[in-house]
Design a protein around this ligand. Structure first.
Ligand SMILES: Cc1cc2nc3c(=O)[nH]c(=O)nc-3n(C[C@H](O)[C@H](O)[C@H](O)COP(=O)(O)OP(=O)(O)OC[C@H]3O[C@@H](n4cnc5c(N)ncnc54)[C@H](O)[C@@H]3O)c2cc1C
Length: 419
């Protein structure tokens, strides 16, 4: 047992094949795919529900294709949603289209935007059709159960502070950027410090606004991202790293004025931002662990790598990890034996894509976000970006990277009865 080893009395003990910790996109997709593949799964989520605000609300073509394979894409589209088909950079010098997803060869040539809770509820509903899938909400995992250096499960506290133990062949840490399990397992992550943080908030979408886009406005030492969410704009006001205290001290009205200066057509509604409580500050981080596993434990999604918000790919990278893990681990889990080699294969299958995306995000952060935020410097779109977006054989690369990452990950596991 690791971390604060005081003895605890157990209200219950349970055995399963795979214990997934964290009901975010990575954990819910993995839980569903394993259950569908006939593996008994227990999923532990610390929150009492999936409702969450100012999180990833984008579902990219890679995830939409997966949901289609699972017969869930149509149901997701029935919720009120927005569609983003182009990422555009607007400066005083003009507008360039950074990525145009409408030319991609896929049934879903757009990014769907909708509250993440809708996606998670849909996944939970689908997974609950399998009697060997157990979802425990309000289960706050606090301990690893270890035996001979291998992880054999976890202990969690329920909402009434009672302790429970889940023993499993494999434990998956899908518990997000502040992963408790990563900490308990003593796995360190290597961090880089991108030059920015983001203040997120929402403003209403007007009837005459140009829609179906993610708009980036750069100029005067400011950078703003607008994401079409149907009836609202999700606004990301990008600030220099660590400068939120100064932005806050200047007052929320000053932020509104600065926004209206950069995006004049929002001037008629910036006064609806009245309180800092309407905002959420994202401390931008980019990090990854060097080893995603130890005996009996695998890290996926944000627990293994925090992606910068550039391209809004966090959810989809997390989902791709889950699909790769399901592809490689369903059979070993059905047999009841998961080796370190099996776990290393998951890392091998995903690490290159994660590193490459983080590298590209790093360049964009430095050359575009960093340059746009530099005080007192006029922002000019770099020549290589202009070139990339103009040459026909190159111009679809950014859209492909945003939509699918460097490598398309396809589900290779059939639905099977429980092992
Ligand atoms: C403000 C903000 C805006 C973002 N915008 C975007 C975007 O537009 N597009 C995009 O793709 N990505 C975005 N992201 C990133 C995206 O949300 C993450 O990359 C994605 O959610 C990662 O999925 P995950 O399943 O790995 O982790 P998470 O979604 O973080 O899920 C982890 C889950 O584990 C649970 N948990 C944590 N600790 C425990 C514990 N001890 N016991 C049990 N359960 C636990 C949490 O409650 C949570 O439900 C944003 C992130 C933030 C913070």
């Amino acid at each position: 047992m690791s971390d604060s080893p005081e003895p605890v009395e157990l209200a219950s003990t349970q055995e399963t094949r795979c214990c997934v910790v964290g009901g975010g996109p990575a954990g819910m997709i993995l839980g569903l795919l394993l259950a569908r593949g006939g593996v008994p799964v227990t999923l532990l989520e610390s929150h009492p529900d999936f409702d969450r605000d100012f999180r990833g609300d984008t579902v990219h073509p890679s995830t939409l294709e997966l949901l289609d394979q699972l017969g869930l894409a149509e149901r997701l589209h029935q919720f009120p949603h927005g569609k983003v088909r182009a990422l555009r950079l607007r400066t005083k010098g003009g507008t360039i289209t950074l990525a145009d997803t409408s030319r991609l060869r896929t049934r879903f040539p757009y990014i769907l935007t909708l509250p993440q809770v809708k996606l998670l509820n849909l996944l939970a509903e689908e997974a609950s059709k399998y009697p060997h899938f157990r979802l425990v909400m309000g289960a706050n995992v606090q301990r690893l159960v270890e035996d001979g250096g291998a992880v054999r499960g976890v202990r969690y506290r329920d909402t009434e502070n009672r302790w429970h133990e889940v023993r499993s062949t494999l434990t998956v840490a899908a518990d997000g950027r502040f992963s408790k399990l990563r900490h308990l397992a003593g796995i360190e992550s290597v961090k880089t410090a991108p030059p920015m943080d983001v203040v997120w908030f929402r403003l209403p979408n007007g009837a005459n606004d140009a829609g179906e886009g993610a708009e980036f406005y750069a100029g005067g030492g400011h950078l703003v991202v607008l994401l079409d969410r149907g009836d609202q704009w999700q606004v990301g006001y990008v600030i220099l790293k660590g400068s939120f205290a100064a932005v806050k001290a200047a007052g929320v009205e000053a932020l509104g004025r600065s926004l209206a200066e950069l995006v004049p057509w929002l001037a008629d509604r910036v006064d609806q931002l009245r309180d800092w409580k309407q905002t959420a500050v994202l401390n931008v981080e980019s990090s990854r662990v060097t080893c995603w596993h130890k005996s009996g434990l695998l890290l996926i999604g944000d627990a293994a790598h925090v992606m910068s918000p550039v391209g809004g790919v966090g959810i989809n990278v997390a989902v791709q990890d889950a699909v790769e893990a399901a592809n490689l681990l369903t059979d070993p889990l059905r047999r009841g034996v998961v080796t370190d080699r099996d776990l290393a294969a998951v890392q091998k299958g995903r690490e290159f894509a994660v590193k490459m995306v983080q590298r590209i995000q790093g360049v964009i952060q430095k050359r575009i976000a960093g340059a746009a935020l530099a005080p007192g410097q006029a922002f000019a779109v770099p020549w290589w970006l202009r070139l990339l977006t103009k040459i026909p054989i190159l111009r679809d690369i950014p859209a492909k990277m945003v939509a699918f990452g460097p490598r398309r990950v396809r589900l290779r596991v059939e639905a099977r009865p429980v092992a």
